[in-house]
Design a protein around this ligand. Structure first.
Ligand code: GRF
Length: 192
């Protein structure tokens, strides 16, 4: 794992596909004095990702490439990550699966936030599944990314109570609020 040396922040890229509320929150966190990371690149597989607006707002370089040809896309991203001296990658609502080869190149340096208490509910529609199964608690997990989907070593988790009135949407909102706290805390845990 990359270790924090002196006051130098770890150059980080955030990969998104959507709204980017976790991205925004990570950017804010990165600006705090004792944050171990700086956000230096935003990558999205789609130009429709609303979160790309944070590139202009916070003056952070962005790069968009569809994953239709994932080999070309990943090769280009790897070049860019090298060019920008990126050492750490945060996936935040990134809806594409990175290849084994890509993950190997950044082994132990890619993390993801997932809206369930892993190993429960890997993949999509986690809140629908939790409610359908009449679970009493849901939550979120920050974990290292490995070639197997949502299966890497868990860094931190946060539970969220499910009330009888919760719908997948209301539960999603509650969990997302906790995600915004959990992601920075997990990053601090990795580097401290
Ligand atoms: C979050 O719930 C995250 O856990 C999941 O996708 C959602 C992304 O939300 N992987 P946002 O784009 O960060 O607002």
């Amino acid at each position: 794992m990359v270790k924090l040396t002196g006051l130098k922040k770890i150059k980080t890229a955030v990969f998104i596909s959507g709204t980017g509320s976790n991205l925004k929150n990570l950017i804010k966190f990165s600006k705090v004095k004792n944050s171990p990371i700086s956000i230096d690149l935003i990558f999205s597989n789609t130009s429709k990702a609303k979160g790309l607006k944070f590139s202009n707002r916070f003056n952070i370089k962005k790069y968009v490439s569809s994953f239709k040809n994932y080999k070309t896309a990943e090769a280009k991203i790897l070049d860019l990550l090298k060019e920008e001296n990126i050492e750490f990658i945060c996936l935040a609502g990134f809806m594409k699966i990175l290849s084994k080869n890509f993950i190997k190149k950044f082994s132990g340096k890619i993390v993801n936030i997932h809206p369930s208490l892993l190993p429960k509910y890997k993949g999509l529609n986690t809140h629908i599944k939790a409610i359908q199964n009449k679970d009493k608690v849901a939550g979120c997990t920050v974990h290292f990314v490995t070639a197997k989907l949502d299966s890497g070593k868990i860094i931190l988790q946060k539970e969220v109570k499910i009330s009888k009135k919760d719908t997948p949407t209301s539960l999603g909102k509650k969990v997302l609020k906790q995600e915004h706290k959990l992601y920075p805390t997990a990053i601090k845990k990795i580097f401290n």
